[in-house]
Design a protein around this ligand. Structure first.
Ligand SMILES: [Cu+2]
Length: 146
């Protein structure tokens, strides 16, 4: 019985640690440093015609959400083919328990956008851009280069 229990324990540990690894891709849309990731999770396919709300959180490599002392700075940015850049409406960032709910997210044009991220964490400022490709059929939109 004892042997069986420790075997079951070891097995569940393996399964759990494997799941934690598999999840990493899920929460690490932006690598901020060797220790921290930013999670950007859209509620729905990323369309141009509706508020493309998403959840934002800073997460450590074990998958724990880190509470920030200051709201992250987030904004949308697009660089046009002619080299000119423009933004969009100001994002609304609401603090929830361990994450932020970001709304008023309007991708006004199709094409390559960036989410510009600035996070203060333990006295350090992390600045990263996340590529977001917005396509006419929203289901073809994705995080990444077009
Ligand atoms: Cu544009």
């Amino acid at each position: 019985m004892k042997i069986f229990l420790s075997y079951a324990l070891a097995l569940s540990f393996l399964v759990l640690s494997h799941e934690a690894l598999a999840d990493k891709k899920d929460f690490c849309q932006v690598k901020l440093s060797s220790e921290y990731c930013a999670m950007v999770k859209f509620d729905a396919p990323i369309g141009r015609k509706e508020d493309a709300r998403f959840k934002f959180a800073v997460i450590d490599m074990k998958g724990h959400q880190i509470k920030l002392s200051k709201k992250p700075k987030l904004k949308l940015w697009m660089i046009m083919d002619n080299g000119h850049g423009h933004g969009s409406d100001k994002l609304k960032i609401q603090a929830k328990k361990n994450h932020y709910l970001v709304s008023n997210v309007w991708f006004l044009m199709l094409g390559q956008w960036q989410l510009k991220i600035e996070v203060k964490l333990k006295g350090k400022t992390f600045k990263k851009d996340l590529d977001i490709c917005v396509m006419k059929p929203a289901k073809l939109s994705k995080i990444g280069k077009c």
